[in-house]
Structures are given as structure tokens and as C-alpha cells.
Design a protein around this ligand. Structure first.
Ligand SMILES: [Zn+2]
Length: 290
């Protein structure tokens, strides 16, 4: 980030650095690379590189405007301001415009204004993602804590994991092993052939996995299968209603419950790929979470 306030960084270069930052973020969170990029800064409470560069540029220009010590700097800055067509001026202006900021009207509150705008935009993007439609996305920004598992937002991690299981639907590799394929997507669950190949079916419905669901015992003494068919879950009319309860809408969930559920989901995915491999009599490659 050294000298980022004066460097004429191109949007392409920034985008590449941004991709790397997202990769590191995904590795830290242990989520697949296909995870939505906009979820990463939200889950980690990080600012994006682009965000940090913009912040540095704003602070620098405010300092230039307020400069009372250096006559040399004042003359140089005035030179840019009078002409408005110098490379530094034009690029800085265009960069700040992306954040709805006017280079001529920067003030001490501009950084905070930009922060707020970016957060709102990220949350809106994330809430509108179709893969996150079945769950509630937190609507408040949060600050990073030392351990992800101790934050109340750890539920968001579980959710992201769940919505990105990659049940063979996002890669050409898997369609050769599935009976019904349409436009590269696997239509029916490859292990029971009796339902769609998606997360709702896997976690709540798939009959081939009911043995597994019965074998996973939660700390309240009940199995996943019992949980999904009794108590609060009985009132849920649909499978995605049940999934929502399971992923966070159930009353009184604690961090421990989220961790247990996250592990249970990983186990169900393991069984899914093992059963699938048995069925087609070859090892179906597993998407990795690293
Ligand atoms: Zn199934």
C-alpha cells in the first residue's frame, strides 16, 4: 500500500490484487474458491484493497488542501487544481468518482461517508444473491474478533459453506457420472435419483442419507434426522423452511450448535460423494474446501 495515494493504479491492476486478497480470505475462512467474493470482506470484517487505496487517496488530498507548511507543495497542488487535466488530477478524480466522491468537495467526514456507502453496497449485493435467498444475511456491519468461531457471526460461515457445497453442479467433471444432466447441471440427486441435486435435498430430504442423519447425534442427544422431523421443525411446511431453521432460525441456537451443524453438513457431503462413488464404481473427485 506504500505510496498508493499518489500512484496512478489502473482498475485492472487493482482488480488483480483484489482477487489475491479474496483468495487469502477464503483460505483463512476455509471456504471454497467459488464462494461469493462479496461475502469475504463481510465475513472477515476486512476492508478491500480498493477500499483501502481510496481511503489513502482521500486522506492525502485532504492533507494537500489543508497544507499550510510547505509552500512548494502548495504551489504544486495549485498547479494541478488550476489545470484539472494533469494525469494525477484526472486519475484521482476518476478513482474517487467510483465511490461517489467529488475531488473538489472532500472533507474530514469523507472517509466515513465512503465506508458507509461501501458497507451498504456489500450488504445489498450479498442479500440479493440467489444462493443466499433461503437464509437471513446479517444486516449490520461487524468488527473482526480474534477467533471466528467465537463470534456470533460464525453462523454466517456455516451458511456460506452450505450454500457453496458444489454438489458437482459447477464443474464439467461430474456430469459424466450422473444419470440426468441438463446444460451441464446435474438434475437429479445422483445417489437416490428421487429429488433435485441441491443443498436442500441433501440436508433435509435425501432418503439415501437418512441413515447418516440418524447416526449423527447432536449434543442435545438427538440425531439430525430426529431434529428435522420433530418439535419446531414439524411446523415448517417446506424443506427449505426446515433448512432455514437448521441454519439459524431455530430458537436459542448457540455457537456450539452452529459448529455441530457445520460438522454434520461436512459429514453429509462426505457420505454423498462416497455413496456416489460406490454407485458409479469409481472415485468421484471431491471438490476441496481448501
Ligand atoms: Zn437424494
Amino acid at each position: 500500500m506504500y505510496a498508493a495515494e499518489v500512484l496512478a493504479i489502473s482498475p485492472e491492476d487493482l482488480e488483480e490484487v483484489q482477487l489475491e486478497q479474496n483468495k487469502v480470505g477464503k483460505a483463512i475462512l476455509g471456504v471454497p474458491y467459488s464462494t461469493a467474493n462479496d461475502a469475504i470482506p463481510l465475513l472477515l470484517g476486512l476492508k478491500s484493497i480498493t477500499h483501502l487505496v481510496a481511503q489513502q487517496k482521500i486522506r492525502y488530498i485532504i492533507r494537500l488542501n489543508e497544507n499550510t507548511d510547505s509552500a512548494m507543495l502548495r504551489i504544486c497542488w495549485k498547479y494541478h487544481q488550476d489545470r484539472k487535466n494533469t494525469v494525477f488530477y484526472k486519475r484521482s478524480k476518476a478513482f474517487l468518482q467510483k465511490f461517489a466522491l467529488d475531488i473538489e468537495n472532500l472533507h474530514s467526514g469523507s472517509v466515513q461517508e465512503m465506508d458507509k456507502g461501501i458497507r451498504t453496497e456489500l450488504l445489498t449485493q450479498l442479500s440479493n444473491r440467489s444462493s443466499l435467498k433461503p437464509v437471513l444475511v446479517p444486516v449490520k456491519w461487524w468488527h473482526p474478533l480474534s477467533w471466528i468461531s467465537t463470534t456470533r457471526w460464525s453462523r454466517a460461515l456455516t451458511r456460506t459453506l452450505v450454500m457453496n457445497l458444489q454438489l458437482g453442479n459447477r464443474s464439467d467433471v461430474y456430469k459424466n457420472y450422473a444419470p440426468h444432466v441438463e446444460n451441464g447441471r446435474i438434475i437429479d440427486c445422483p445417489i437416490c435419483n428421487d429429488g433435485p441435486n441441491n443443498e436442500i435435498h441433501l440436508i433435509v430430504e435425501c432418503k439415501s442419507l437418512s441413515v447418516t442423519r440418524r447416526s449423527i447425534i447432536l449434543s442435545n442427544g438427538h440425531s439430525i434426522q430426529y431434529l428435522l422431523t420433530n418439535g419446531q421443525y414439524e411446523t415448517a411446511q417446506t424443506s427449505d423452511g426446515k433448512l432455514r431453521l437448521f441454519l439459524g432460525l431455530e430458537d436459542g441456537l448457540r455457537t456450539k450448535d452452529y459448529v455441530e451443524r457445520g460438522l454434520a453438513i461436512i459429514e453429509m457431503v462426505n457420505v454423498f460423494f462416497n455413496e456416489w462413488s460406490n454407485k458409479v464404481d469409481r472415485q468421484v473427485p471431491r471438490p476441496t474446501f481448501d
